[in-house]
Design a protein around this ligand. Structure first.
Ligand code: GDP
Length: 441
């Protein structure tokens, strides 16, 4: 997960500040030194670090901060605000052309994730009711067209291709195709190179002039740190990009690119890719990212994930079952599946306040226990799921064999389930209503 080291170091610096009660200017300077080091180690651009530390110091040594009752907290607040500002403040949406189709040119170096993330974005917008089209203009890399067709198919978005002919002709024809087929947003997958090179920039400039895109979105790999920032600068100078999508944030433990790109190029990060799966794409929210860096959690993203996952009708049914004490192992299984579809437990826990990736190492986020529970419930007959009292020893042995577990595992699950049922009995109607609301969010 991104920012692990940074979160840890900043937390340590703040902890020392908090331990001091009243703060002097020297305490603040000392803390700023630590923050400076932490940011540099996170591979944040050094000029950006310098400016950042100067701004935070100036605000923090202001008399009302040091004389406040909780100076350390005020400083955390300032750092939070300045980190948010550094990453662009508000989230910046994709510009939608008033005259469809919106044309998004995807540019970037080879391996940055252009093709994969083009499909991710198309799938993401399709879920929001748009009718995207992917256009295969990477005629430089032989396998690129097939790759786009594969990932496009996976997100159920059509792919327009004309083989290895002139990419500008393909782009033009793709846009015409979109117009005549009712596609309101077109993603143009362009060629990349291993390094920034003049020939590539000239080609992309020609394409820009020919198709006049609504957006030029640069796809950059967060794992290459400062090189990502340099690539962003070079592409911006050549093409005047409109925004950035930062990919592989899941694999970048330092996070320097996310913190530097806006400050260095002036162009906002609009999306982030956080995994190889095609649904691992998110809008970039600087404020949420700042909270996450500071170990304050990203509760908003967590709520949104839950909203996307849990369906309101199911939540209402669940509430009803709990109220009538008719919650069965089948419902329990449903809950497990919904929980798992929110992502890995480690990812979810990472969004909670006070929990960072480091703290999770060796902690008891036991995904295999969840899978065991799932396997046990799946090995039961529907009647057994409705009425666990049917489970005598021979049935338990059968289920253990079927799920690759032991009878003790089954007994443990039944015990937990029984406790849950007892708890639900004790709930008053009012508490249940509240829970129902939480379920619906
Ligand atoms: P392109 O050359 O720019 O078109 O890059 P590709 O789309 O082929 O992606 C290169 C590699 O990066 C592929 O193996 C992708 O699965 C992987 N990739 C893309 N986005 C992400 C991401 O957000 N996280 C991770 N971990 N891998 C990614």
């Amino acid at each position: 997960m991104a920012f692990e080291g940074l979160t840890e170091k900043l937390s340590a610096a703040f902890k020392r500040l908090r331990g001091k009660g009243r703060l002097t200017e020297a305490d603040v300077k000392e803390a700023m030194k630590e923050i400076r080091m932490a940011l540099l180690e996170a591979d944040v651009n050094f000029k950006v670090v310098k400016q950042f530390v100067a701004t935070v110091t100036e605000r923090a040594v202001g008399s009302d901060v040091l004389e406040s009752l909780t100076p350390a907290q005020m400083i955390v607040k300032i750092v939070n605000e300045e980190l948010t500002a550094l990453m662009g403040g508000e989230s910046t949406k994709l510009t939608i052309s008033p005259k469809p189709p919106t044309v998004v040119m995807l540019v970037g170096l080879n391996g940055a994730g252009k093709t994969t993330n083009g499909a991710k974005l198309a799938g993401f917008l399709k879920k929001q009711g748009k009718r995207p089209l992917l256009v295969a203009c990477d005629t430089f890399r032989p396998a690129a067209i097939t790759q786009l067709e594969v990932v496009g198919g996976q997100v159920d978005v059509p792919v327009f291709q004309m083989g290895q002919i002139d990419p500008i002709d393909i782009a033009r024809a793709g846009i015409e195709h979109a117009k005549s087929h009712g596609n309101d947003i077109v993603f143009i997958d362009t060629a990349g190179r291993l390094h920034v090179d003049q020939e590539l920039m000239d080609q992309l400039r020609d394409m820009k002039a020919a198709i006049d895109p609504t957006e030029i979105l640069l796809i950059v790999d967060a794992m290459i740190g400062q090189d990502a920032v340099n690539a962003a600068k070079a592409f911006d100078e050549a093409l005047d990009i409109t925004g950035v999508m930062l990919t592989k944030l899941d694999g970048d433990a330092r996070g320097g690119a996310a913190l530097s790109i806006k400050a260095v190029t002036g162009k906002p990060i609009k999306f982030v890719g956080q995994g190889e799966k095609l649904d691992q794409v998110d809008i970039f929210y600087p404020d949420r990212m700042a909270s996450r860096i500071l170990g304050m959690g990203d509760v908003l993203s967590l709520i949104e994930k839950a909203q996307q996952t849990f369906d309101a009708k199911k939540a209402a049914e669940l509430e009803e079952k709990l109220r009538k004490n008719r919650f069965t192992l089948a419902d329990f299984y449903d809950q497990l599946v919904q929980l798992k579809s929110m992502g890995s437990l480690t990812d979810i826990a990472g969004m909670l306040p006070g929990v960072n990736g480091k703290a999770l190492e060796g902690a008891s986020v036991d995904e295999s226990a969840l899978s065991r529970t799932e396997a046990i419930i799946l090995s039961m007959t529907p009647a057994e799921r409705e009425d666990p009292s049917l489970l005598n020893n021979s049935r338990k042995k059968r289920i253990a064999a079927g799920s690759g577990t032991q009878v003790v595992d089954i007994n443990r699950l039944l015990k937990q389930f029984e406790m849950m049922q007892q708890m639900s009995k004790q709930f008053s109607g009012k508490q249940l209503k509240r829970m129902g609301k939480m379920g619906k969010l």
